[in-house]
Design a protein around this ligand. Structure first.
Ligand SMILES: Cc1cc2nc3c(=O)[nH]c(=O)nc-3n(C[C@H](O)[C@H](O)[C@H](O)COP(=O)(O)OP(=O)(O)OC[C@H]3O[C@@H](n4cnc5c(N)ncnc54)[C@H](O)[C@@H]3O)c2cc1C
Length: 472
């Protein structure tokens, strides 16, 4: 079946109305893009390859869903903007909120524990499965949004000029029928890290967006344990970031069903083992003692599940001349080291940006959306890649001034152990509530300069287990 391309978007009052938007990929980024575009469209069709209804949690298209996931404050607020009622729905589904994200967590950053501080935004802890399910539940309630599962998007369809996307080519896996075309005014690529549109654009003879990569070679392992009253002093998150001397991350987040999800990951040679004893031993070697404490005396509810993340990558859609009627969001644009927990939030912030551009018309989307999406991602890229490039085995181009910036940030992290004002700014930057330059503002720079020397020697180094490589 072939559906004819629709006409150009008609305009009502100040905003264009699209007859149909097609979103390729029905995970977090795709569903949020659909929510963003729904008010501007008669119909938004989300095409998802997996049979989502059949899979609870991890499914073939989102293998990362079994790993520990945190939701940044900026991401939750953007999701709330796109899907009003999101936070309440998440809480109704079993998510946990214990107030401000600063005072509600134990944040071991740069080798030490940050001072208790108020960040100015509440944290909500939930599994990735609950987050995606909640986003999906709210998105499909929007009258314009239709989600079709088991549909493989295979390419873009253009008009005679080849410069205007008029729809997608797809195959319905449920019927196993022949390829179809579905017309659209705007096609959004939300197919994740593999960014299928790179091939679709190439097939149309268009320039491939340059790919920037930083090889991190991270391996994750995640399990769950029972959660008890009084754990972590009533807080719901503990994050232990990697530092050059201890290139391991440990994360514990309170989850629904009275559990903690506990994830560890290591860079390069520092690979976590997959057996229960090895996992505990490895967790005892992260900077924060709390991660091992939460594991002590508790059975692992399932064997650790692993995931390999070879590289941070961003596709510079902003550097090529894109056809009209096309946009990309989420991991398809930028996939950063997940240890910083930014992916879903970047997707939400990019969806908000896409709504703004789409409200001004397709030419604005064509010319400006990729620049906006890259700017959103840049904040995360700067923080993550800047930190990762100091870790052993991480390979990538160092940005100009990397050494000086790293030394300044390390100093700010040390000061933040005692100074709640610096800790607050650090937390706001890592939560994407403020740009990295917020750390350089005179008020903060003065505190960093004044406090840096005094607090320079507090790195807590715990005994580390021997490094063990695990099979892929
Ligand atoms: C180990 C790990 C831990 C992470 N931890 C965090 C965290 O703590 N916090 C956080 O915010 N983020 C985290 N992330 C990132 C997060 O999982 C993603 O950013 C998030 O899922 C949004 O991604 P996405 O929707 O762009 O892509 P994905 O979630 O990868 O989804 C892409 C979707 O597109 C579908 N698809 C692919 N090709 C086609 C096609 N041709 N046709 C139709 N459908 C198609 C797939 O089936 C899939 O559903 C982590 C990632 C990893 C790997």
């Amino acid at each position: 079946m072939s559906i004819q391309p629709s006409t150009q978007p008609s305009t009502h009052s100040s905003s264009p109305t699209y007859d149909r938007v097609v979103v390729a990929g029905g995970s977090v980024a795709g569903l949020l893009a659909a929510a963003a575009l729904a008010p501007l469209s008669r119909e938004v069709v989300v095409l998802e390859r997996d049979d989502v209804a059949r899979h609870v949690g991890v499914r073939p298209g989102t293998p990362q869903a079994g790993q520990v996931h945190g939701l940044l404050a900026s991401g939750r607020l953007a999701m709330e903007e796109l899907l009003p009622g999101f936070t309440d729905a998440l809480l109704a589904g079993g998510a946990i909120s214990r107030g401000d994200i600063g005072s509600n967590g134990r944040w071991w950053i740069g080798g030490g524990l940050l001072a208790d501080t108020e960040v100015g935004a509440n944290g909500v802890a939930a599994s990735r499965s609950l987050i995606e399910r909640t986003v999906r539940g709210l998105a499909i309630r929007l009258p314009q949004v239709v989600v079709r599962d088991r549909v493989d998007v295979q390419g873009l369809v253009t008009d005679g000029s080849g410069r205007v996307v008029t729809g997608v080519r797809l195959r319905d896996r449920a019927t196993d029928g022949p390829a179809e075309e579905l017309a659209a005014d705007l096609v959004v690529d939300a197919t994740g890290r593999s960014a299928r549109s790179v091939r679709w654009l190439a097939a149309l003879g268009m320039a491939e967006p340059p790919l920037e990569r930083v090889r991190v070679g991270v391996r994750y392992a995640t399990t769950h344990v029972e959660r008890r009253d009084g754990d972590l002093g009533g807080r719901s998150v503990c994050v232990s970031a990697a530092v050059p001397r201890v290139p391991r991350v440990g994360v514990a987040i309170a989850q629904e069903d009275d559990t903690w999800v506990i994830g560890v990951c290591g860079y390069d040679e520092e690979q976590p083992p997959v057996d229960a004893d090895g996992f505990r031993h490895y967790a005892a070697g992260v900077v924060a003692p709390e991660v091992a404490e939460l594991l002590a005396g508790r059975a692992l509810l399932h064997p650790p599940v692993t995931y390999r993340f070879p590289d941070c990558r961003r596709r510079r859609f902003d550097k090529v001349d894109l056809p009209r009627g096309f946009a990309a969001v989420g991991d398809a644009v930028t996939s950063v080291d997940p240890a910083f927990g930014q992916g879903m939030s970047l997707a939400a912030l990019q969806a908000v940006a896409l709504r703004r551009r789409a409200g001004r018309g397709l030419e604005d989307v064509r010319r400006r959306h990729a620049v906006d999406a890259a700017a959103v991602a840049e904040r995360a890229w700067t923080v993550v890649v800047g930190a990762d490039l100091n870790l052993p085995g991480v390979e990538g181009a160092r940005p100009p001034g990397h050494g000086a910036v790293s030394r300044y940030v390390a100093r700010a992290q040390r000061v933040a152990r005692r100074d709640p004002v610096v800790a607050r700014t650090l937390m706001r930057v890592t939560n994407l509530l403020e740009p990295p330059t917020a750390l350089m503002r005179p008020r903060i720079a003065l505190r960093v300069a004044a406090g840096g020397a005094a607090s320079a020697s507090v790195l807590r180094v715990t005994p580390r287990s021997p490094t063990r490589r695990t099979p892929c």
